[in-house]
Structure formats: C-alpha cells, structure tokens
Design a protein around this ligand. Sequence first.
Ligand code: HEM
Ligand SMILES: *[C@@H]1O[C@H](CO)[C@@H](O)[C@H](O)[C@H]1NC(C)=O
Length: 343
Amino acid sequence: MTSILLVALLLLIPILFLLKRTKQSKRVPPGSLGIPIIGQSLGYLRARRANIAEKWVEDRINKYGPISKLSLFGKPTVLIHGQAANKFIFANGGGNIVNMQIQSIKMILGDRNLQELRGKDHSRVRGALVSFLKPESLKQYVGKIDEEVRRHIQMHWEGKQQVKVLPLMKTLTFNIISSLLFGLESGNQRDQFMNPFQELMKGVVSVPINIPFTRYNRSLKASAKIQNMLKEIVHQKKVEQEKNGVNPRQDLISCMLSMVEDDKQVLTENEIIHNAMLVMVAGYDTSSVLITFIIRLLANEPAICAAVLQEQEEIAKGKLLGEPNMGRPFKDEVLLESSNGNS
Ligand code: HEM
Ligand SMILES: *[C@@H]1O[C@H](CO)[C@@H](O)[C@H](O)[C@H]1NC(C)=O
C-alpha cells in the first residue's frame, strides 16, 4: 500500500515549492508550521499509509482555504490548490519559483543527482541519462527483460494456485533494474543489493531526523552502503573496459562510463553513482505498481484479458522458439526498418 502512495508523492512534489521571499513576505498564508522539523509530516505520512492522503489535503483546504502554509519534511511549505494555482505554478510564478527536492531525497540520493542540478550541469547529466533511456536504446534491452520475465514466471508463478502480485512485481522490477542499470545478473552480488535498497526506499519520504533507529537514519546508512557497492562496480567496469573495450549498451553504468569528450570523462564518479541511484529509485515503485494495476485489470476483465492474450499469441506465432517477444514494433522502429530495407 505504501508503494502505491509513493506514486502519489511524485504528484505532490510540484506543490512543494518554496516561494521566494519578497519584500511583502510578511503577508503569509493561514495555517501553522507545527512542531519544528516535524511539522505536519507525520500526519501526512500516516494519511498516505492509510490511503486517505487526498482526504487529508481536502480537509486542509476546507479548513484554511485554497492557500495555506504548513511544514513538510523539515521545510516550510505552501500548499496551493485550484485552477489559478496550477496556472501560477506552470507559468513559473512570474520567475519567482524553482523546483526543489525535499531534503531527505537529496541526502539519500546524493547532491549530484539530476534533480539537484541546474543549468549546464543539468543538461550534461540529463543528456547522459537520455542516451541510455531514449526509445532507440530501450529496444536493446528487450532481450534482457524478456529473459528476466521468463525466469521470474518459472520461479514464482508456474504451478501456483494463488500469487501475491505486488511483492512479486517488486522482485521482478528490482531484478530488471539490477540487470539493466548495474549489469548485475542473478547471483550473490545482486542479492546483496536487495535489503539495503529496500531500507533506502523507506527513507525517501520521511521526516529528516538523523538520530539512531529513525527511517531516515537507516535509509542514509543503506544509501552509504549502496554507494560503496556501486563504487566497487564502477571500478570493476573501468578495469573491464580497459581490457575488453567499451560496450556502452551493456548497462547504465557502462554507458555513463563510456561517455568521453575531449579526452575527459563526461560524468564524474559521484555523478555516475548518484544518478544510477536516482534512476533505480525512479523506476522501482512506479513500474512495479503500474504492472500490478495492469495485472489486476486483466484479472478482473476477462474480455480485455482474452483480447490481450490473442494479440500476444499472434505476435508469438511470428517468432522462433525462445525468441524475445517484443510486442508490436515502436512506430520509429517501423520507419527505421523500412528505410534500411531489412525488415
Ligand atoms: C509508471 C512508471 C513511471 C511513472 C508514473 C513516472 C513518473 C515520473 C514523474 C511524475 C516524474 C517527474 C517528477 C518531478 O519532476 O519531480 C518523473 C521523473 C523521472 N523519472 Fe519517472 N516515472 C515512471 C517510470 C520511470 C522509469 C522506469 C525510469 C527510469 C528507468 C524513470 C526515471 C525518471 C527520471 C530520471 C526522472 C527525473 C527527470 C528529470 O528530473 O528531468 N521513471 N517520473
Ligand atoms: C545515525 O545517527 C547517529 C546518531 O546521531 C549518527 O552518528 C550517524 O552518523 C547516523 N547515520 C548516518 C548514516 O548518518
């Protein structure tokens, strides 16, 4: 349940803008900032865990009106609601607002993750990530994903009367992430990532109080551990690339390592590690929750399920035994293939 709500966080982030202080800043919106650091965070997190975050926001709006102040995740925050408010945000508030991540995310993912960067640094790092994530690149990963899905179904679904989908989709998503981002196929090194990764995720939306046994403290510890593991992987890959040459399509880390301009690595080691962590966190709950909803839909709607199954079977007919099922081709793939004349 928490994970479904994590998706809701992505939608909430745009309202966590800090209004730049201006001369008239004495006119602040109604509402209280609550207890220092904690503010309204615990109430909000509790509402999210109970899946009533929307009601929590609605109650606030009923109490204070469409604009109110509060304190979330250690920062004074303004909650604004309604059409005019959306327009204000998307029109950049006349140049008065910037996008910021909450403190806990910055501390956990590292200060060189894309969301912390501005201007030239942002374009450089974003360009590196996009070269791995653009559609033409994504096609290269279908084989690996297909392999992971087949192994997953064999291990966890075949012969079962009943399955719990969400935890399984988290395992599958984690395995695909490890393979595509870090080049970790199944095995010991990959299994060592699982626990710290889950600890890290739990602290992403938490009250940033760094004392022993808080979620945030455990998450920071897990983040340090993962950063060390990633550092090790980066070094392994560097040695590998010097020995065997570069294969930037292998995984995200290889891709980022292989980017060189004027004899200089485009990304620093910290940038590689922090952004590998950003993509890992960005793709995990989002993808696993979405797949779970798709499976729920297919389970509840036999007609849709039958149509999807038929479509898949038709595609599979055109494949060799064991060949990855890539589904319908991307539009640009059709264009590329017909222009190369090799389809
Ligand atoms: C159903 C799946 C997904 C949903 C609903 C989703 C949603 C979002 C949203 C709403 C944002 C904007 C957040 C903000 O600006 O604060 C975002 C950013 C981002 N997402 Fe996703 N995402 C999904 C899957 C993925 C996957 C699979 C990856 C990577 C493999 C990914 C990587 C990223 C990155 C790197 C950013 C930051 C981009 C930037 O700051 O320019 N996401 N996502
Ligand atoms: C967790 O809290 C303790 C006590 O404040 C602190 O010494 C330690 O550095 C914290 N851990 C991390 C990873 O920040």
